[in-house]
Structures are given as C-alpha cells and as structure tokens.
Write a protein of this length. Structure first.
Length: 201
C-alpha cells in the first residue's frame, strides 16, 4: 500500500507579541512556539482537521480557529502571520514538481505585514524574484547545485535598503524556501528564514 500520510510543520511569523500553542483536532501539537521558529515536519492523516491557536500564556480562548484540508502524501507549511492586526494562518504546499533531478529549486515568500515590495537578486545583481508583496508566493525557480550569496532589496520612506543572504547551499533534487519575516519599521526586526529539505515530487 502506498504511504498517503501528509506532513505538516508550523512557522511563527506573526508580529503579535506572544508565543503560541497549536492544537490540531483538539490535540496539542506545538507549545510555546516563539517568533521566528519553524518546527520539524510531523506526520498527519490527510483530510479535514480543525486548527486552534492559543496564546501560550492564555489558553482560555483561541486567538484563531479554522479547518485545514490536507491532500494525501502532501507536505505543507502552516505559517502563523499577522493580517489586519490579528493573527491568521497562511498554508502552503511544499516541494516543486521537478523535471530535472540534477537541479535544486528555490522560492521566495513575503510574510512581513505592511511591507514594501521585496526583490531577491543574485550576487551579481541579476534578479531572481521581483516586487514580491505581502503573502505573495513565487513559483519555484530551478538553480544549479552550489553555494549562493543573495541580496534582498526593498525601498521604504524613499530609502533603498539591501540585506545580504549568504552561504545558501542548494542541492539537487531538493526544494528550498526563503521566508521574509518581521517588520520594516517595528519591534519585530526584519529578517529571513531559509528552510531546507523539501523533497521534490
């Protein structure tokens, strides 16, 4: 019998000022998840599941609840984000449908609320992804397996800003994601998370 189990992980990218607990089908799956933390994948059955998110320091009522639908044999990242000054959930399926197993694949996701548009460039300033807005997810782009240095750029208040993203190892037959998190002007410092090991389909 083929393995149809799904895999799920959680990323705390919300700029709300508290740690969170996550319950799936009223079972505690993650506890005390802090900003900027991404969990390992956990196996879960496909189909519909209830999700409830609580403040770690106040479990009287969930700050978010909804239903997730997971496809068989899928890998998903559930990002906890801030939308309209409230915690929300943004779910994405991981892993590219590759046609060339000799290449790796990279995508770029903006989870920074109220942010300007972001760009990701190669070190020689050739663009990879341009004008990526909040909650926009790029397609995967194939890359040769090697170590890369990238440049992330944005413009705010008439000022152009650049951030180096260095020593990014891309391996063949795997997919990777760069998540932009935090705030351009706010207490949660702007940064990024690079995730590895998403198995290509």
């Amino acid at each position: 019998m083929p393995n149809i189990s799904s895999s799920i992980r959680f990323l705390h990218a919300s700029t709300e000022d508290y740690n969170i607990d996550v319950k799936i089908d009223d079972k505690l799956l993650q506890t005390n998840l802090s900003f900027g933390t991404i969990t390992n994948y956990q196996k879960i059955s496909p189909g519909e599941h209830s999700i409830k998110v609580y403040r770690t320091d106040d479990k009287s009522n969930p700050v978010y609840e909804d239903t997730l639908v997971l496809l068989p044999a899928s890998m998903v990242t559930v990002s906890l984000v801030t939308v309209n000054n409230a915690l929300s959930v943004f779910m994405l399926r991981d892993g590219a449908e590759t046609t060339n197993p000799a290449l790796g694949n990279l995508r770029f996701i903006n989870l920074s609320p109220k942010s300007p548009l972001f760009n990701l460039l190669y070190e020689d300033r050739k663009p990879i992804f341009e004008n990526v807005e909040f909650l926009e997810t790029t397609n995967y782009t194939p890359l040769q397996p090697q170590k890369y240095n990238f440049i992330m750029t944005y413009s705010a208040s008439g000022k152009n800003t650049e951030t180096s993203i260095r020593d990014i190892d891309i391996n063949k037959f795997l997919s990777y994601t760069i998540y932009v998190i935090g705030e351009v002007n706010g207490p949660k410092k702007l940064g990024y998370i690079f995730t590895t090991g998403e198995i290509d389909k």
